[in-house]
Design a protein around this ligand. Structure first.
Ligand code: PLP
Length: 368
């Protein structure tokens, strides 16, 4: 719940755009950050940082990866992934391999390279020249992805469920096809799990639903539960070319961020946590699906995975977000006229009932 100064209360189904995975003021996170705040805030990556080593070991133990680099945001995490891909090829002598295939509708952040990776005209407008090195293909079309490969292609990078693009889940067959394509052509496969990662889809990482693993993965958002932190995870065989000094960050992985992220993992790795996410997500989907049918003038469909849900609207999504807010429910707009439901992973069935009642009431008022 969030409360305004003038006493109104809101059920937060936006969670700071999929960041507050454990809600607001979670007692374990608050205690961990307070305890760290009384010790060391920052020391720099000139020295070993215990929290970094602990977090890296836990992320590695629970993923495909062998190694981790910590940064401060999602965009930095994806940039690091792109740098790993370029260096992997270039360190082995393929000096002209630098291009990355990305999907139309993708969002990877707002740095100069990441707006080029995302390719959205309104994100690029006014910031020319566009950073070279990204080739966009239709999302979900394997033939188009294969046709885009040139001798300069280094990697392919996708979100497993496009977030900002409007909650567009990739077909697992397509993801497996991308893995096979990457293997056939010697490309690295990069998953941007900045939004899908950290339990959002009902598994710690969304790739776990697909049966394939990437070579590199970007994380942020839910990783710190609200504290800014990002991570780039990779297998050793591709990350080994990132030798000391090739990449860096002053703040990345600082003790406060590591305390927050380790506290998030304490909760998420508890036995039964992901089962709760899957169960409450199933409960929400079971309520939502008939509601979309009932309000077919307002909603076209509900799509997504776990607690990453998009309501594709027939009326302007901004109006829907506003009506939901008037009812006391916070949600987030996305591309393709979608409203995102991204509740904290700790929501209860009673909170789902409350949200569904608000959606129902708002939809009645939107239909008139
Ligand atoms: C899939 C994905 N990648 C990257 C980013 C960029 O993250 P940040 O805003 O922390 O740089 C976002 C942010 O919405 C995202 O959803």
């Amino acid at each position: 719940m969030l409360y305004t100064d003038d006493g109104r209360s809101f059920l937060d189904f936006g969670a700071g755009i999929a960041v507050n995975a454990l809600g607001h003021a979670h007692p374990h996170l608050v205690a961990a950050l307070k305890a760290q705040a009384e010790k060391l805030w920052h020391s720099s990556n000139l020295y070993r940082v215990a929290g970094q080593e602990k977090l890296a070991a836990r992320l590695v133990a629970n993923s495909f990866a062998d190694t981790a680099f910590f940064c401060n945001s999602g965009a930095e995490a994806v940039e690091c992934a792109i740098k790993i891909a370029r260096r992997y090829h270039q360190a082995q002598g393929a000096k002209d391999k630098y291009r990355v295939i990305t999907a139309r509708g993708a969002f990877h952040g707002r740095t100069l390279a990441m707006i080029a990776a995302g390719g959205k005209e309104n994100h690029l407008d006014g910031f020319a020249p566009k950073v070279d090195g990204f080739d966009q293909v239709a999302c979900g079309n394997l033939n188009e992805a294969r046709a885009a490969i040139t001798p300069q292609t280094a990697a392919v990078a996708v979100e497993l469920v496009q977030g900002e693009g409007g909650i567009v889940p990739l077909d697992p067959d397509y993801v497996r096809g991308l893995r096979a394509m990457a293997d056939e052509f010697g490309l690295l496969l990069i998953f941007d799990e900045v939004q899908t990662g950290m339990g959002r889809t009902g598994k710690l990482f969304a790739y776990e639903w697909t049966g394939v693993t990437p070579d590199v993965m970007a994380l942020a958002k839910g990783l710190g539960g609200g504290f800014p932190v990002g991570a780039c995870l990779a297998t050793e065989s591709v990350a080994k070319y990132m030798t000391a000094g090739t990449h860096g960050s002053t703040f990345g992985g600082n003790p406060l961020a590591m305390a927050a992220a380790n506290a998030v993992l304490d909760v998420m790795l508890e036995p039964g946590f992901m089962e709760h996410v899957q169960k409450v997500a199933g409960y929400l989907w079971a309520k939502l699906t008939p509601l979309v049918g009932k309000h077919s003038k307002v909603f076209e469909t509900a799509r997504g995975k776990g607690l990453m849900i998009g309501l594709k609207c027939r009326v302007p999504n901004g109006d829907v977000v506003t009506r939901f807010m008037n009812e006391g429910l916070l949600t987030v707009g996305a591309g393709d006229n979608v409203v995102r439901l991204l509740p904290p992973l700790i929501i209860t069935e009673a909170e789902v009932d409350a949200a569904v009642a608000m959606i129902d009431r708002a939809a009645v008022s939107l239909a008139v």
